[in-house]
Design a protein around this ligand. Structure first.
Ligand code: NAP
Length: 310
């Protein structure tokens, strides 16, 4: 059968690539479908310093190494965007905007997409000052005044990154404590050109052709201040985008896919790994671990499927 695989993996981040490596080494026919750059979220992370064996490595370099590792084992990457995953039949179908593929089993590894603020002006000024990726767009704001929203590791790292380019960075966070790691928050607090705007949320984005100012509402004082900015970076995490799956896949209240400890979802033959599933920790290490488990369990599933001609 054309375009038929034992295992199809959707998403070429650390979880998907690790699953690909394990599946290939187990002798399965496997392919990874990726719509963008391999590496997932780490490809846009300036620096990774908590992945065992790498005390400090640029995200893009780690992503490249993972891609090269899989490629050296002849794990094929299909660079297409998935439109639908049909999960209800025994043979699963993955339909992209270019082709149709089928497989005994599918490992969902496409992570989560960026969260939006959902405030007035956000959509209007997207790409006109509103950005969701500091490493992609930061260079446009040399010696400018920017604001950044968020309190996780991404926001802290991106604030530090931007503070080396922009003249001033307002770091706006909805609480007075950061979710991100202590060593990053101390660096942020010690940076002279980063001003913390805590217990606050952006309530409106204004401008003409491009962003000119933001309204910031302080939840404690109940006051709204207008801050003039040249750019606004939204770094408030990511959420799963599971609309492409046609079956009734079980999700938690936040929309993350529920799996068991073998990364199996409630749909026979469908596994989920990494940021997309309801895991207690979303890190490179945990995504890789998920990928290894899913591929191993997919191997068992495929053996049975072949035998029973499932
Ligand atoms: P995150 O950890 O989920 O943090 C999101 C931040 O945005 C939180 O501070 C949250 O506030 C805030 N937030 C969420 N929705 C908001 C809204 N609607 N309005 C205003 N603020 C909002 O996301 P992340 O920083 O992107 O990190 C994702 C994962 O990747 C984490 O596990 C992180 O540790 C990991 N990561 C690791 C590294 C590294 O190790 N080098 C680098 C980047 C990311 P609350 O705190 O109040 O909920």
């Amino acid at each position: 059968m054309d375009n038929f695989y034992d295992v199809l993996i959707i998403g070429g981040g650390p979880g998907g690539i690790t699953a690909g490596i394990y599946a290939k080494r187990a002798g399965l026919s496997v392919a990874i479908i990726e719509k963008g750059m391999p590496g997932g979220a780490i490809a846009n992370t300036p620096e990774v310093s908590n992945y065992t064996g790498f005390s400090k490595i640029e995200g893009i370099e780690l992503a490249t190494r993972m891609f090269e590792h899989a490629s050296a084992l002849d794990v094929p990457f299909i660079f297409e965007e998935v439109k639908t995953v049909q999960t209800n039949d025994k043979i699963k179908k993955v339909i992209t905007y270019d082709n149709e593929y089928s497989a005994y089993t599918v490992i969902l590894a496409f992570g989560a997409s960026v969260r939006k603020l959902n405030v007035e002006g956000e959509h209007q000024f997207m790409g006109k000052g509103v950005s969701y990726c500091a490493t992609c767009d930061g260079a446009l704001y040399k010696n400018s005044v920017v604001a950044l929203v968020g309190g996780g590791n991404t926001a802290l790292e991106d604030a530090l990154y931007l503070s080396n380019l922009a003249s001033k960075v307002y770091l706006i966070h909805r609480r007075d404590e950061f979710r991100g790691e202590k060593y990053l928050s101390s660096q942020v607090k010690n940076k002279a050109n980063i001003e913390l705007v805590l217990n606050s949320v952006v309530s409106k984005i204004s401008g003409t052709d491009k962003i000119e100012s933001i309204d910031v509402f302080n939840k404690q004082t109940k006051q709204t201040n207008t801050i003039n900015v040249d750019g606004l970076f939204v770094c408030i995490g990511r959420g799963p985008d599971t609309d492409m799956i046609d079956g009734d896949i079980q999700k938690d209240s936040a929309g993350y896919i529920v799996t068991d400890q073998n990364m199996k979802t409630n749909i026979d033959g469908i596994f989920a790994v990494g940021d997309i599933r309801n895991t207690p920790l979303r890190q490179i290490a945990t995504a890789c671990s998920d990928g290894a488990i899913a591929a191993t369990k997919a191997f068992e599933y495929v053996l049975l499927a072949r035998k029973t001609n499932k």
